[in-house]
Design a protein around this ligand. Sequence first.
Ligand code: C2E
Ligand code: MG
Ligand code: MG
Ligand code: MG
Length: 292
Amino acid sequence: AAKRRGEGNFHAFNEQMREDRADRLALEAELRYAIDRDEMEIYYQPQVNTRTRTITGMEALLRWKHPKRGMVPPLTFIRAAEESGLIVSIGEWVLENACREARAMQIQTGRRLTLAVNLSPRQVLSDGLFDTVQRALLKSGLNPRDLELEITENTLMISSAETLSTLARLRELGVRLAVDDFGTGFSSFQYILEYRVDRLKIDRSFITNCATDVNAAAIVRAVVAMAHGLDMTVVAEGVETEEQLAFLLRRRCEEAQGFLFGKPQPIHILYEQMAQLTQESEELQIVPITES
Ligand code: C2E
Ligand code: MG
Ligand code: MG
Ligand code: MG
C-alpha cells in the first residue's frame, strides 16, 4: 500500500511538473540540497547468470526520498539534474557510495560481485570523469574490473575525441563499459567498436515481447549473435517471466536483470536475498547426500 501511495504521489507530481515551471525551479533548488540533507538513496537490482541464476552483480539505481513529494523516480529528477548540471555532483556521490557498498558486500559475502553504475551524457562529457571514477575506486578498494559503467548509444554518439580517450583510460584501469538500453538509440557499430564496449544491455522493450512476438525475438537473436561475434557479452534488461528467461537461455544470453529475480531494493534487502539464495543452494546440495 505504501508503494502505491508513492506512485500516486509521483503521478500527481508529474502533472504539476508539466503545468508549473516555477515548480521545476523549486525542484532544482531542492535537488541542490538533497544530498546534504541525506535524501538520496541508492537501490540495487541483482544481475544474474541465466544458466545458474546466481547473482553475479548489481546495478545501482538512484532514488530520491523527498520529504513532501514522496519517492521521486529517477526518470523525473535525473533529467532536471542533467539539465541543471547537478548530475555531475550527484553522479560523483553515487559512484563513491555505490563502490563503497559493493566492496563491503564483496567482503561480507566473500563473493566477487560486480557493480554497474549509470552515467548520463553530461557526466561522460565532464572533465572530471576519470578522476572521479579513480577516486571512488581508490577510496572504496573496489577492483576496477568489478566496476561497469553504463552509457547509452546516444551518449556514445555525442562523445568527442576527449571522451574517447577518457573512456579508453578507464578501460586501461580495467573498468568495463556497457551500452545501456541497446536498440532504442541511434546505434552506430562504428562507435561500439571504437569505444571497445564490453557488454550490451538489450533494452526491456525487446525483452518484454521476445517470447511472444517474432519481431522482438528476431531482434534479440540478432543482437546476441552480433555481440558474441564481436566478443561482447549480453545482459537482458527487464526479464519478468520464465518464458522470457527460457528464450534468452536458448539464445545464449549470459546475464539477465528484471523483476523475475528482484526489483531495485535497498542494500540490506539484497543482503537478505543473497543469504537466502546461498542457503537454498546449500540445502540443494545437502539433499542428495542425506538421501543416498
Ligand atoms: P536503466 O539504467 O535502463 O535502469 C533500468 C530501469 O528498468 C530501472 O528503472 C529499473 O527499475 C527498471 N526495471 C528493471 N527491471 C524491470 C522489470 O523487470 N520490469 C520493469 N517494468 N522495469 C524494470 P529506474 O530505477 O526507475 O531507473 C530509470 C533510469 O534512470 C535508469 O534506466 C537510468 O537511465 C536512470 N538512472 C537511475 N539511476 C541513475 C544514476 O545513478 N545516474 C544516472 N545518470 N542515471 C540513473
Ligand atoms: Mg542502466
Ligand atoms: Mg536500461
Ligand atoms: Mg533506461
